[in-house]
Structures are given as structure tokens and as C-alpha cells.
Ligand binder design. Sequence first.
Ligand code: AMP
Ligand code: MN
Ligand code: MN
Ligand code: MN
Length: 291
Amino acid sequence: MIDLHTHSTASDGTLSPAALVRAAYRAGVRLLALSDHDTFDGIVEARETARDLGICLLPAVEVTTTLCGRTCHILAYFQDFGLVQRTAARLEELRRVRENRLVETCERLRKLGVDILPGDVRKVAGRAAIHRPHIARALMQQGFVTSTEEAFRRFLRDGGPAHVKFDSPDSREEIWRLREEGAYTSLAHAALDRFDETHIRTLAAQGLDAVEVYHSEHSPIDRQRMKAICERLDLGMTGGSDYHGDTGCRFCEDSSDSRGVPEIIGENFLKGVKRAMDLAPSVRKQHGVQS
Ligand code: AMP
Ligand code: MN
Ligand code: MN
Ligand code: MN
């Protein structure tokens, strides 16, 4: 089984990296990517567990970017652990942006009569950078809501009364950098975010490698539609559960086209990841960056 999209406590998941790898292994996953939001903090721990279990683990990251004024999540995959340093250092900056955003979100919540402190949320997040699900969990702990889902519906959803837009880099700029850094890039949950062929064409022109056709919340029709777009635009395909541990969504425990991630995806994906790494020196040269 293949799962190329998972989150641990290094971002907004609820399982530690080690526990996540063990749980994926138990679910039958043998090709796994840990793709926390904007950070690689979980990969050292995850790698040790993956080694012990003999599971193939790729370091990855789900980068928050902006496309046409909308939030656009780009998954970036790396051939090996030695390659992630540059990207990790660059993304560290976003942590501060997220911290400022937390303070602003708490102010908005206070105006709505919900008295929650940044410190309450930091306790939930531990060492991770702050994401909205942490705020939702803190709201639950303090009894303001009874579920994460309610927290999003009433306050935190996109455009909701306490949603502070995350000021993320433009997709063009981010893909440009990721290609220099040797990453293989894929548009996360394209159908779920209602990105259409025009958006995907734009991203492809910016250098995107693939689309996450097989996402756990993509219907069979979404998958067919996305697959056809990839074939037309000559893009690769990736797939994963987007597991966060607490959302009811499970690892991809199926390799069918309509529900899981087909095995053929893994082979082509690994070739693409290797190609991205091999091409990086010439991309850097093209961009005029010192190797
Ligand atoms: P942030 O990067 O802080 O804006 O948080 C984004 C994360 O919030 C996503 O990766 C999802 O895990 C979660 N999320 C976004 N919208 C919703 C929603 N409507 N319901 C539940 N979780 C959501
Ligand atoms: Mn998330
Ligand atoms: Mn996402
Ligand atoms: Mn995700």
C-alpha cells in the first residue's frame, strides 16, 4: 500500500512521527511520505522507525502557497534526507508568520466573546508551528466547542469570522525554489480545493510535476477528472490519505483506482522523484544560483 500524504505532531497531526510510521505499517503501507505542513521537524524520528520496520519513507513537506489569491497546498518530495536542508532553512521563516497570525486570531476570537489565549494554543501545539487545527483543539479543551468540525464551522473555516488568511508565498516563486532544491512537486487535494484545468495548466507552466489525483476525499469522479487533466497536460500523479490522526480519515488501505492509491503510482512517482533530484543542478544553473 502507498500513502504519500500524512501529518504528524511536527505540524497539525495528533500522532508523533514514530507512532505515525508504526500505525501506517500496521495498516499495510510500505511506501510512505511524511508531509507535514511547512516543516521537516518530524523526519529524523520517522526515519529511525521506518528503518527498524523496513518501510520505505520519503521526506516530504506540504508547502502553503498562494495561487490566484487562493491558498494552494503544494506537496514536495525528496529523494533522500540529505537534500532537505535548504528547503528546511527557507521554510523556518514561516514559523514566525504563523506565530503573529495566532495572536491576531486570538484577538478576533476575543471580540466574538471567545476568551482564548495564545498560550493555550501553544500548549496544544507543543514544538510545532501553529496551525488552525491546534486552535480548534484548544477551543475544544476550553469547552467553547465540542468538536474540531464545530470550531471550523463557527470560527476558523476559510472566510470564517476568526480566520486570518495565512500570507504565504506565491506558487510560482515556491515551485521555482523547490525545483532548484531538487524536489518533485504535486498539487495537493486539487479537486477538494476546486482547482480546475486552467489553474493546473498555470501551475504546470510554473514547473509543477504532478497532481494528487488519489486523495482520500476525492470521489471516483474527481479522480477520473483529475487523471484526464494529468494525461492531457503530461503531468505525473500522486496519492495519499492526508492523515492527521484525529479526523477519522485513515491511511490509504486500498490500492483500487476509485478508493485508494494504485500500485503503479508508486513506481512512476519514485522515478519522478529521482529525476527531480538529477535535474536540480541544471535548474540551479538555469536560474543563476550557485550550487
Ligand atoms: P492553516 O495552515 O493554519 O491555515 O491550517 C490549515 C489546516 O487546517 C489544513 O491543513 C487542515 O488540516 C485544516 N482545515 C482547513 N479547513 C478545515 C475545515 N473546514 N475543517 C477541518 N479542518 C480544516
Ligand atoms: Mn493540516
Ligand atoms: Mn492540505
Ligand atoms: Mn495535508
